[in-house]
Ligand binder design. Sequence first.
Ligand code: GLU
Length: 503
Amino acid sequence: MSDNLKSRRNVRVRYAPSPTGFLHIGNAQSALFNYLFARHYNGTMVLRIEDTDVKRNVPHGEDSQIDNLHWLGIDWDEGPDKPNPKYAPYHQTERQDLYHKYIMQLLDQGLAYKDYATEDELTEMRETQRENGDAPHYDGRWYGRSEADQLEAEAKGLKPSIRLHLPENHVYAWDDIIKGHVAFNSDNMGGDFIIEKSNGMPTYNFAVVVDDYLMDITDVLRGDDHIANTPKQIAVYEALGIEHPNFGHITLIYNPKTRKKLSKRDKETLQFISQYKNQGYLSEAIFNFIAFLGWSPVGEKEIFSRDELIKLYDPTRMSKSPAYFDQSKLDWTNAEYIKKLDLDDMTDRVLELVSEGQSDLAKQVQGLQLLDLRGFTWQVCKIYQSEVHQLSQIMEKIVWYTNILNEHIDYNQLNRFDRDETVSVLRSFRNQVQVLQNEGVARDFNQVIQAVSIDTGVKGRNLYFPLNVAFTGVQSAPQIDEILHLYATNTIIALLNKAITEM
Ligand code: GLU
């Protein structure tokens, strides 16, 4: 199979979201593997909007898909915004005539038929089947019925749905790019299935075939929740007398705690791409992380750029077994990407989150109305770049350091040290910065710390821990001299006074 894939030409793949919700990590995973497939084989990536389930479409569902795909760096060559006249339109609701043409063809050939059974009748049919211990299925009651029967139903005002007739005991099989050989028997597929609803809308299983065929799609990569749909689609291809594309069913993402498919009810796991963005995950990191949900290259390395992933991508290395969502790995990946950012770039990204104001934290930072927000943010990034795993943690630090005088600091921590020594360190520091302030000299906090050490004779932990607590609230703070640059001298003095009185 791999050789066959490697020699592939004119690859055309598609990502085909239904705008029934916002871009979810599962959608992003399908989009991403289609993207890698298209780019790896120098093929074409198509974006098609499957919007026929009009009642389930949500406002801005399509925009959310598009904006978040852009954010992830997934682009496409054809889609509603980049129509290729040969294949347009790219919204299924605008392709009704095309579906209808093929429906008529199947009706004329007797391969599909009208079903006038009412909802109540079908419910009753399924209940009886269940009572008899049978799997619910359509029993073919309208297959081969006379024109007179049809006219009678029409006269009653009944609107038919259209079903595809499945031959008995027929095997629908395919060599799945990911799962290997898969086969279904037509006797176990729930009976003749609907291809056009009574409201005239095609069903997913029909529209997707017509579109994939007319759009010359060569490879269909989608979530493995669609595996049971594939034999139905192959049945449509066979009925239409056309060849089906290759299929590859991508493993779904699972919650490692429940060991079940990640569901929107799993509140502790972020699932929408916009949430990752607003928490300060980098799009490159999310891209890298998702690429490993259901695929892995040879070797142990886990951090790869988009271009490296495109080059390395090999569909034969897609995993058959569930992909577990590993939050600590996501955080580790993001931290690795944050560490590599240029400080100005990191600052820009934090400021973008702030200005978009999509989280409470971002709104809090906006509310601080800092005069030099950029300078402050840059400094916080400098101090914490190697420690944080989400950019939202930088926003937390901005809020904390700006409000430091109102934050609760546990001064009991200072009781671990010799009281007289600690007080003398804090007082000496206060004197030193007051002198600097009075003389209007630039503040070099390393020098101040050295001077305090000489003045008090206190060194090492006994010197640094009290200063850390006084200025940051914690005993082990990174780079105290850099942190002090976040404060006005008056704030430094106020913090020292507070520590001295409250310890
Ligand atoms: N609209 C379908 C979905 O969102 C697409 C499935 C497919 O790729 O065929 O699940």
